[in-house]
Each structure stands twice: as structure tokens, then as C-alpha cells.
Design a protein around this ligand. Structure first.
Ligand code: HSE
Length: 357
């Protein structure tokens, strides 16, 4: 077994916005990361489908660059796999196989976790593997650790948040700069905030996926992303998913009333089960969620005996999200467990809508 001061060797899969920023920080901030991890972090191998994405990175001489992520995870002597490819496949198969083999995995893949979280957790627990995913919710804001570890002794009743940076950026730009939704989305795409398929942002799919992950950590159950309501029955944009139906006139009318429109992700414990939704709402400026500006995220936990706990910070963007990825890598190098460490194995959650059937 490697000594605790031996380098912690990682395979980095994917060099999109977050992957490239992670590689960059691994090189630039190597000294600070080694201090945080208690040992050097070595970028042993990068899987890059488009090697041109690596241009300008001063990679260490020993870093292998491979096109095939399956081959990258087979490089001998790896301590962790960092999956930043996104999407369901091949990311899902690679993460599943790594966990089954008892290996440590860090991922920012919220869509994968929301779709297959229950199975991945079961696999990880059975194999004694560790799975960390702080960057999957809140970008560079440490939301999951706060929920899973720091609020471990709190019975959380409700979690509310602005957890999609792109739609918040769009609403902000519509309000502040009177930009049209299309122009604001184009700017968010150029800045690297939007999903590869931006309808995941616009239709509330990304926020619903993140809410599923928050629910797992706040309430101890995996719910289906399909059960998160994404179409409001009233208020701005009602009848269409996400911000698809929010018009400039809705934003102006809210502004005239001294209010703001925000996409609110909310999950609440009820007697019948968990009620979860991601819908646009007109909110009072005193609401803590009104403080989310641009790509900022804000998450509020309510429970006893803590009362209200709020976390805020950058919700998207390469460097900020890479910081969350690397915090997880450092935690693994220090010997810490999975993001859910300390909580009981999760079951599939009972939703209020299911209980009512
Ligand atoms: N598209 C996502 C967002 C990226 O805008 O929040 C961060 O998860």
C-alpha cells in the first residue's frame, strides 16, 4: 500500500469547461492542493476526446493523454477517477464499473446522479468504494457538505434554493439590462455556464436533477427526477416548463411591484411524503433567494434545532466548479468517505404524489 505521503494519482475524464479548469488548477495550485490533501495530487492521466482543448495547459511531463476514457481508468496505480465528461453514457458505465471495483470516484455529473443515484450508492456501499460529488450542486458553493455533514444533527424540513446559474443569469439580464431571453442565454453559453444542451437549463431539468441530489442528502431518500414538478400552475411562466414561458412583460410587472422572478427549487417533508418542485416564482426582495444574482446560487435549509441556514456562492463556471471538484479530491486523499458518509443508506423516497394514489 502507498504511504500517505506518496502522490495521490488521479485520472481526469473530460476536458470541457469544468474538466479543463480542473486540470489547470491541478497544475497551477499544486502546492496549495498538496497542503489541503496532506500529500501531492498527481494528474496521472487525462482522457480528452478533443486534445486541442488541452492547449495552453502546462501539463506535467508524466501526465498521459488518452482519447479513450475506458483506457484512462485502466492506467495502473490510480487512486481516484474524476469523471467530468457529463452525460449518461459512457460516464455512467465508467463510474459504475469503477465503484464496483472498489475505486474512489469524484463526479460533477448531476444528471447521472439524479438518474442513477440509488444504484450508484448501492454499488459503492457494497464495494466499499467512495463517491464524492460536491460540484454536482451549487458549482463552487459547498452546499452538499454543509447539508450532509455540518447539518447532520438537524432534522431538515425544507430545502429551498436558486440552483441553476444560467436561468438566474437570464432572469437577471432580463430585469437589469432588459435583454431578451434568447440574447441572455447566448451570453451565458459563451461564458461557459449553460449545459451542452441548454434546454436542460431553460426547462428546469438541471435544477430538478440537483434538487434530487439535495433531497437525498437532506431527507435520506432518492426520488425520481420525473417527480419534480417543473411546470407552475400559476404565476410567471405558468403552463410551460422552467423559464420557457417567462416573458419580458412578466419580469417588468414583477419589477413594478418591487418583486423579482427567480426559479425556485423547493423540497419539503410532508405527512404524505416529499413534495418537490422547480418553478419560476415572483418573490419579495427580502426573500434570501432574491439575493441570487447572475450565476449566483443560494440554498436555504430549514430544520430544528438549527433554524434557518443559508449557503450562497458561485453556481456555475469552470474555475469555481473545479474548486469543488478538487476539494473532493483532497478529501479522498485525506481518507474521508463519500459525500453521504455518516448518513444511513438511502431508500427510494416516497413522494407525496405517490402516497396520494
Ligand atoms: N448549467 C449549470 C447552471 C451549470 O447554469 O447552473 C452548473 O451546474
Amino acid at each position: 500500500m502507498a504511504s500517505p505521503t506518496a502522490p495521490f494519482r488521479v485520472a481526469l475524464l473530460g476536458v470541457g469547461t469544468v474538466g479543463r479548469a480542473t486540470a489547470d488548477s491541478l497544475v497551477r495550485d499544486a502546492g496549495r492542493l498538496a497542503e489541503a490533501a496532506g500529500r501531492p495530487i498527481e494528474l496521472a492521466v487525462i482522457a480528452a476526446r478533443t486534445p486541442a482543448r488541452l492547449q495552453g495547459l502546462a501539463l506535467p511531463a508524466g501526465t498521459q493523454v488518452l482519447a479513450d476514457p475506458h483506457a484512462a481508468v485502466e492506467v495502473p496505480g490510480l487512486d481516484a477517477v474524476v469523471e467530468l465528461m457529463g452525460g449518461d453514457s459512457p460516464a455512467g458505465e465508467i463510474v459504475e464499473a469503477a465503484l464496483r471495483a472498489g475505486r474512489s470516484v469524484v463526479t460533477a455529473n448531476k444528471h447521472l446522479l439524479a438518474a442513477r443515484g440509488q444504484a450508484l450508492e448501492t454499488t459503492a456501499r457494497q464495494a466499499g468504494a467512495r463517491l464524492r460529488f460536491e460540484a454536482a450542486v451549487g458549482g463552487g458553493t459547498p452546499v452538499l457538505r454543509v447539508c450532509a455533514s455540518d447539518l447532520a444533527a438537524v432534522r431538515i424540513e425544507c430545502v429551498r434554493g436558486v440552483i441553476n446559474g444560467t436561468t438566474n443569469w437570464i432572469l437577471d439580464a432580463m430585469e437589469r439590462d432588459h435583454l431578451g431571453a434568447g440574447a441572455a442565454l447566448a451570453a451565458a453559453q459563451v461564458a461557459g455556464y449553460a449545459e451542452t444542451d441548454p434546454s436542460f437549463d431553460v426547462d428546469g431539468i438541471d435544477a430538478a436533477d440537483k434538487l434530487v441530489i439535495l433531497v437525498r442528502l437532506a431527507f435520506g431518500t432518492w426520488i425520481s427526477p420525473a417527480a419534480v414538478a417543473r411546470i407552475a400552475v400559476d404565476g410567471p411562466g405558468a403552463g410551460r416548463p422552467g423559464i420557457r414561458g417567462v416573458e419580458a412583460t412578466d419580469v417588468a410587472a414583477a419589477e413594478a411591484r418591487g418583486h423579482r422572478i427567480r426559479v425556485i427549487a423547493e423540497a419539503r417533508r410532508t405527512a404524505a411524503g416529499i413534495v418537490a418542485s422547480v418553478v419560476p416564482r415572483e418573490i419579495d426582495p427580502d426573500d434570501p433567494l432574491a439575493r441570487a444574482h447572475g450565476i449566483g446560487n443560494v440554498v436555504v435549509f430549514e430544520g430544528e434545532p438549527a433554524g434557518t441556514v443559508m449557503v450562497a456562492g458561485p453556481g456555475a463556471g469552470g474555475p469555481a466548479t473545479a474548486a469543488a471538484v478538487l476539494a473532493d479530491v483532497a478529501a479522498l486523499a485525506r481518507g474521508e468517505g463519500s459525500t453521504w458518509a455518516g448518513s444511513a443508506a438511502a431508500a427510494v423516497g416516497l413522494l407525496a404524489t405517490e402516497a396520494a394514489r
